[in-house]
Design a binder for this molecule. Structure first.
Ligand code: ZN
Length: 143
């Protein structure tokens, strides 16, 4: 299945796969190539990259692309266990980014306790819980 990889089991592998996924990004406008690799609770890894559009608002982030691939494959049973995100400029220089607000909301929806790994400005990786990235997230009130 496109966007999925089996066998990656640890955060180091997710980081490497996120770095590879960034090479597939379609980012002619921002020149910000982002890749994401996530592992579901079932152990399957799904990949995503950002896909921009000339109509800027309809572009999509790597994290949500990987989530969409996971939901397509696993349906309502999908639960996010961990995700790594890597970003590079057009020359291949590593850029320190963390998931945007929309992606943070998507991450906590599928795994508030998921580990989220992304680069710091010194090139090291930071790992945080999705819940810590968005503690006051939107929750649809019961109706
Ligand atoms: Zn995003």
């Amino acid at each position: 299945m496109p966007g999925s990889v089996t066998g990656a089991t640890d955060l180091e592998e997710l980081r490497a796969l996120a770095t590879q996924a960034a090479q597939r990004a379609y980012a002619p406008y921002s020149k910000l190539n982002v890749g994401a690799a996530l592992r579901s609770a079932g152990g399957t890894v799904y990949l995503g990259c950002n896909v921009e559009n000339a109509a800027y608002p309809i572009g999509g982030c790597a994290e949500r692309a990987a989530i969409a691939a996971a939901v397509h494959a696993e349906g309502a049973d999908f639960h996010l266990e961990a995700i790594a995100v890597a970003a590079f400029d057009a020359t291949g220089r590593l850029l320190a980014i963390s998931p945007c607000g929309a992606c943070r909301q998507a991450l906590v929806e599928f795994g508030a306790q998921a580990r989220v790994s992304f680069h710091q400005p010194d090139g090291s990786w930071s790992d945080v819980l999705a819940d810590d990235l968005l503690p006051w997230r939107f929750v649809l009130p019961p109706r």
